[in-house]
Design a protein around this ligand. Structure first.
Ligand code: G4P
Length: 288
């Protein structure tokens, strides 16, 4: 299976990001809490090296709470500021403002010493596609967005959303492309739905996912599909067959429809219906 489908706009995107980053004080980097490493592009560390950084572990509602805590520590240890959020419901967003002040305290102090008063922190939101950038900007700055957008004659080009007297946000997020450093990374991005499903083989993807779930989230998986533990460890293919039965996926003539069962499983996982699952653990992630 070929996991690399992103088109070749990367150089242009990188240039745009370089241009924008020079204007800002703080990079708000969104990562997907289910795959906090695969959903990062390490180029951002070089691009944003002299800027304060706030990492948002987004979609934390879909990820394993225990693993979220470990990832928080991991990013803190790297010297970043970090918060767990759910951009969709707005959970965790209230903690951002104080965190921004903390992350930018050197800049604020520098301004104060130079006699510059009330210059807001300028921030940009960055992340790979589908990580929740637009959802975040809308939830975090929704009202302010609507205000500027409706004004007649707003100038085209860069728009700053003034959230309050302390913070301005660039209205368009910076898109980073995922870095396919290994097939593992590609697979994980495919599992969370950050790739075009048309090019993916669902049964292969589902089998990979089942192998991981059997190793790491065995009980909830068996329970969900009402599969009895029978002494023998079921393998991923047996599991897929069992899901066909459980979800009544049959072709004509009662032949199991593995494709359909695979798509149902992957969809269940992506939407969180299989519970809160993290695909990268600190150790496993570092191996990737
Ligand atoms: P992007 O700008 O980075 O490309 O991502 P975008 O905001 O478009 O979000 C991608 C999908 O992720 C959306 O789902 C969005 O609702 C969902 N999402 C964003 N943040 C969170 C979160 O914290 N938790 C959960 N559970 N989902 C989140 P969609 O299916 O494309 O759209 P919709 O049907 O939800 O509107």
């Amino acid at each position: 299976m070929n996991y690399q489908w992103y088109p070749g706009h990367m150089t242009k995107a990188k240039r745009m990001m370089q241009e924008n980053i020079s204007l800002i004080d703080l990079v708000i980097e969104l990562v997907d809490a289910r795959v906090p490493l695969a959903s990062r592009n390490p180029d951002i560390d070089e691009l944003g090296k002299n800027k304060a950084r706030l990492i948002l572990l987004n979609k934390s509602d879909l990820a394993d709470p225990k693993e979220n805590k470990l990832w928080m520590t991991y990013f803190k240890d790297m010297g970043f500021h970090v918060l767990e959020v759910n951009a969709k419901t707005g959970q965790g967003l209230r903690a951002i403002q104080p965190k921004v002040q903390e992350a930018c305290k050197e800049k604020i102090e520098r301004d104060r010493k130079r006699g510059i008063k009330n210059r807001p922190v300028r921030a940009i939101v960055v992340g790979i596609p589908n990580v929740g950038k637009s959802t975040f900007i809308n939830s975090f700055a929704g009202k302010a967005c609507a205000k500027t957008g409706n004004k007649p004659g707003v100038t085209k080009g860069k728009q700053w959303i003034r959230l309050n007297k302390e913070l301005e946000l660039l209205d368009t997020p910076g898109i980073l492309w995922p870095k396919f450093e290994s097939e593992e990374v590609g697979k994980r991005l495919a599992m969370i739905g950050s790739m075009n499903d048309e090019i993916l083989q669902m049964t292969e993807l589902a089998t990979e996912l089942l192998t991981y779930l059997l190793e790491n989230y065995r009980e909830p998986l068996l329970e969900r599909y009402q599969i009895e533990e029978s002494g023998q460890t079921p393998d991923a293919v047996t599991m897929l067959g069992a899901i066909c039965e459980n979800r009544k996926c049959y072709k004509k003539g009662q032949e199991p429809d593995y494709e359909k069962a695979a798509a149902l499983l992957v969809d269940d996982f992506r939407s969180g219906r299989r519970g809160r699952i993290t695909l990268e653990t600190i150790q496993g992630g570092e191996e990737a």
